[in-house]
Design a protein. Structure first.
Length: 290
């Protein structure tokens, strides 16, 4: 978050003097995160929209996730139950900030797929003890529509597992589209919130293309809603920052989720300025080894 945005939020919350007093970059980063969290909570609590029982945003919680994804996933699982405690995540970064690291602290196991060599090196360093006992499996390489199910097969991913998280900054739609033999209960997938709730848009499929820093990435929420419906999934939430959409397999919906499972109902605009990068600099192992 840049200084101008932080000062704007600080002024809105009436604590501009505090921001002016904090000149060090590290301190500014910490207070930026606090402001973002306060802004989010204030908006959620005061806006009648988010008091509706079909909105999961009030459950948002950030432990290892970038935004409130940890809390939404936790609430979804509390409603539908956990079968085997297994996840798959594409685009895990260095492992210290993603949508499934929190599940590891709960005793889950799973597969991480990451293409960046530096990130993979960090994962092998920080999560060595989980990799050694096969609680966690790391696949280093680019995932695409052609190889996704082969990778699942090679790693022995269960046919029906609990959580799939897709965040590869581009071909997310096309990769999910090609997952047919595997039926996760929950799918978390990044959407392009620059497109409004009613817009259909999907980026052209290019297997090796990554994010170029522009708004040309992924797919609109409406396009993902339609894809999910075709695959037997229903949209149940989007995080408040407008980054991730949450889908639940339709046989698990029942009366557990109220309200229309549509992009019109669940769309959140891009509030990327609220994202704050948590840095668990002391390492993940301390959560287990003390």
């Amino acid at each position: 978050m840049n200084n101008l945005v932080v000062r704007f939020i600080g002024k809105a919350l009436g604590i501009r003097s505090l921001l002016n007093a904090l000149s060090a970059k590290r301190e500014l980063g910490i207070i930026s995160g606090i402001l973002a969290d306060n802004y989010t909570q204030q908006y959620l609590f005061n806006n009648p929209k988010y008091k509706s029982p079909d909105k999961l945003n009030s459950y948002e919680l950030k432990v290892f996730s970038q935004n409130g994804e940890d809390g939404i996933i936790e609430e979804i699982l509390s409603r539908i139950g956990v079968t085997i405690g297994y996840f798959v995540e594409f685009g895990t970064g260095n492992g210290l900030q993603n949508n499934t690291a929190y599940l590891l602290t709960k005793g889950w196991s799973g597969l991480w797929i990451e293409s960046d060599k530096i990130n993979c090196r960090n994962i092998r360093d920080k999560f060595d003890f989980l990799l050694e006992d096969n609680t966690l499996t790391l696949y280093e390489g680019i995932i695409d529509a052609e190889n996704v199910e082969r990778i699942f097969y090679d790693v022995a991913v269960p046919t029906e597992f609990d959580v799939l998280s897709i965040d590869i900054d581009g071909n997310d739609y096309w990769v999910w589209n090609r997952i047919d033999k595997y039926k996760p209960k929950v799918v978390v997938i990044e959407y392009n919130a620059h497109f409004p709730a009613t817009a259909y848009w999907v980026q052209k499929y290019e297997p090796t293309r990554g994010w170029d820093g522009t708004s040309y990435f992924g797919a609109s929420l409406k396009s993902l809603e339609d894809l999910g419906s075709h695959k037997g999934y229903r949209l149940v939430a989007c995080d408040f920052c407008g980054v991730n959409a949450f889908f639940v397999r339709e046989d698990l919906i029942s009366d557990r989720f109220s309200g229309p499972c549509t992009s019109d109902n669940h769309y959140e605009p891009p509030r990327y300025f609220l994202s704050f990068n948590s840095r668990h600099i002391n390492g993940f192992g301390k959560f287990f080894r003390g």
